[in-house]
Design a protein around this ligand. Sequence first.
Ligand SMILES: [Zn+2]
Length: 215
Amino acid sequence: MAYSFDPSFPQQARQNVLRGIQRWNQVLGDCLPLQPRQRNDRDYINVVNGGGCFSMIGKVGGGQTLSLGVNGCLYRGTVIHEFLHAAGLIHTQKRPDRDNFITMHWGNIVESWKSQFTKESDRDIGKYTEYDIYSIMHYTTRHPQWSIGNRPGFTPRNSNVDTRRIGTGDDFAQSDVSAIRRMYRCPERKFNAITNSNNRNQGDKERKPILCSNV
Ligand SMILES: [Zn+2]
């Protein structure tokens, strides 16, 4: 996938984005590399400093926007998350089979964010991997932006799930890599996750919940 930085994207912040891109290419460079746009690339991802973290889903054609707002989106996990959208993945909690894995608490979700939890049936996600609650594409159980009174928008059905790990990753989950490899018909390859500093028992202060609002 070709990418470019919007001319107005701050130079300093590009280094943060490039670290995420570098990690992407370590893991998926043999399958779906991210490469700087060349003159003849008609389709490309244009990275902008927008109001938040969001991306279009899959290839749209031409220049498509991927927003990494410099206030809150420059984490490695968020960069990977947004490019996974551009590659075709939707949020895990929108999978048609999600009710087998999480229980929704609609009353705890701000109205304008409810669409982030509606199920999708016509997307590729769900076709390639089992539901993975630790996917980097899964929402956190709660977030100041969208949960009312800091109450959870959903709870995992499996009581063994570590809720602090949900939606706080800063690297791919195996399932994310597998989904892309299958979607793009690439061979499976061994993947070693970076020890996720967000997932150590450091308390919530150290965690960086991914916040992404796609439409
Ligand atoms: Zn997202």
